[in-house]
Design a protein around this ligand. Sequence first.
Ligand code: FA5
Length: 348
Amino acid sequence: MEIKTKLESLQNEVLNKVKSSADLKSLDQVRVAYLGKKGPITEVLRGMKDLDPSERPVVGSLANVVRDAIQEAIEERKMILETEAIHQALLEETIDVTLPGKQIAKGQSHVLTQIMEEIEDLFISMGYQVIEGPEVEEDNYNFERMNLPKNHPARDMQDTFYITDEVLLRTHTSPVQARTMDKHDFSKGPLKMVSPGKVYRRDSDDATHSHQFHQIEGLVVAEQVSMADLKGTLDLFAKKLFGKDREIRLRPSYFPFTEPSVEVDVSCFKCGGDGCNVCKHTGWIEILGGGMVHPNVLEMSGIDSSVYSGFAFGLGPERVAMLKYGIDDIRHFYQNDLRFLNQFKVKE
Ligand code: FA5
């Protein structure tokens, strides 16, 4: 029974090798070496033909037992090694959630948006609504309802881009006055609104003019609104935007839709009024136009001008930002140069 002993020692040898296989690759090498076509077990089975017929069933069944035992041992070891490999991978691939994350570059509002929001916030805090109007506007609202009938000479100062004879790109935010007055229900209280937005003019672009720019309109209509209310409101506005020591002064002016009309100057925030290059040595800087709403404008919205009165003003946020930050050319706002824009970081 030499073969029997050989098979038994073969089984011990293989089981030891299986046990000591450190990874799946070397385990597979053991499997191929001992159970493969050229392996010793197949060899034993092939040699059976030379055995005595009485020995064949005994050796045959022993060979099968040995092969099954080896196969079983390999499967067991395989499961152990696979589980170990998974544990190892989990350990190596652990994510450290306490590591600092990647810094994502954060954008910010454009300096003009910042200025406009600052102005809107101030008026909201005084009970105003923010109302927007269309940029493609009817000639009727842009001019006629603003007391500028067809052929009025003051239309020349606000030439614009026409879409049809009656539809144009608005030249100012004042048409929102008429649109808002048309809808307002005075039984519910006074009308107080600001209207920010883009406006367009056939102006040549230079350091202080652009063919497309922004305006913020202001309008208050109620009983007994006076010029003193306009002055008080704009005084607060100037102090809030340019510093608490600022003063304003009103100069007579002309707009077809206000009567009387004024240009509003703020005392120079750089020199305090003594005269410098910012205020062109006058001590004052012009910031906006305004006045008392013309009775014709009220009446065209069906408002009784013997009962109601109002004030209105219109300012250019580009000019306000230029003054506030000492910017010398309006075109910087539209060129999207980050070296310029990054100087106006929003305070967190
Ligand atoms: C008006 O547009 C009037 N609608 C303002 C107004 C409203 C007066 C309500 C009375 C009552 P004006 O044309 O002056 O007025 O323009 C107002 C502001 O817009 C100017 O003070 C200036 O800041 C700005 N502005 C005017 N033209 C340009 C331009 N081409 N580029 C940049 N800003 C401009």
